[in-house]
Design a protein around this ligand. Structure first.
Ligand SMILES: [Fe+2]
Length: 294
């Protein structure tokens, strides 16, 4: 496959593996933006990455950096800097990732689903939402020019089981959220942490587009939880993501149309509208249905 001509998409860092997937005794091959790449670890534990030719021989070296307990690479020159996420440096946080999930759809649809609070009560029933309390309360979207990011702030949603630590309490709560769109295909949320008043768990979603309609999703988290086991936290996040994956893979067309959603706009669509406008103004074409509908 030829590399995309979408320069905005090329000039991004993408997750390509977790560090523990790269072992000294073997190489790790994967795909980024339709290009085959290979990661390997040398005798000094240094990780390198190369693009692969059609015959699987190694071609040019490509950059590799480790951040948020995840390895990132890029195929473009002068990539947009990776975001600053202060929570990953705070001493009392637990840095946990819960594997990578394959979802066969556009990376844009995955970001949009992550931003969408309206689906909580229908898709994550009795966990992140309750059928009895489906309303998305008023919130705001903001553009931050200094980082070229979109934020959705002052989000609130009643959640029967907002997190693994909340499950232990046995009671629902009004969860407070902020969303932060970090790049075209990466997004994160800050969510009120149970038993840590005024502080928020940081949960990221970094997407590795294998192609325009096939992705691997990485979810490193910096969370505040002194009670739950790592396994319990991972199981909770994985069970949520499995539910999202089923919905996402059934959406048609797989490429996301850039036109506003056909449904009547609601509060829940505010962040979606801001994301779509930002994609358009950024010149992103990858993962999007062309204007002609092809
Ligand atoms: Fe979801």
């Amino acid at each position: 496959m030829t590399v995309t001509s979408d320069m905005t998409t090329l000039r991004q860092w993408y997750p390509v593996a977790y560090p523990n997937q790269i072992r000294p005794e073997s190489t790790y091959d994967t795909t980024l933006l339709d290009q085959r790449i290979r990661l390997s670890r040398d005798d000094h534990s240094q990780i390198t990455a190369h693009r692969l030719a059609d015959d699987n021989s190694e071609m040019a070296t490509i950059p590799i950096v480790q951040r948020f307990d995840t390895l990132f690479s890029t195929l473009g020159d002068s990539p947009r800097p990776l975001p600053q996420i202060a929570e990953f440096s705070e001493d009392d946080r637990r840095i946990i990732h819960c594997g990578s999930f394959r979802v066969r759809t556009s990376p844009c649809r995955i970001v949009e689903n992550f931003l969408d609070m309206a689906h909580f009560c229908f898709v994550h029933t009795d966990v992140l939402g309750s059928i009895d309390r489906p309303e998305v309360l008023s919130y705001k979207t903001e553009y931050h020019p200094e980082t070229d990011e979109i934020w959705a702030v002052d989000c609130q949603f009643f959640q029967p089981t907002a997190s693994k630590s909340a499950a232990a309490s046995g009671q629902g709560l009004m969860a407070h959220y902020s969303y932060r769109i970090l790049s075209p295909f990466s997004v994160m949320l800050y969510k009120s942490a149970m038993n840590f008043a005024g502080r928020f768990d940081a949960i990221c979603l970094f997407i590795q587009p294998l192609s325009e309609t096939d992705c691997l999703c990485y979810m490193p988290m910096a969370i505040l939880d002194n009670v739950s086991t790592k396994t319990d936290i991972i199981d909770f996040q994985q069970s949520i993501f499995v539910q999202d994956g089923i919905i996402l893979e059934n959406q048609r067309p797989k490429l996301m149309p850039l036109t506003p959603r056909s449904e009547t706009p609601t509060r829940a669509d505010l962040s979606s509208i801001a994301y779509r406008r930002w994609l358009k103004s950024s010149g992103v074409r990858f993962g999007l249905q062309s204007v002609e509908g092809s």
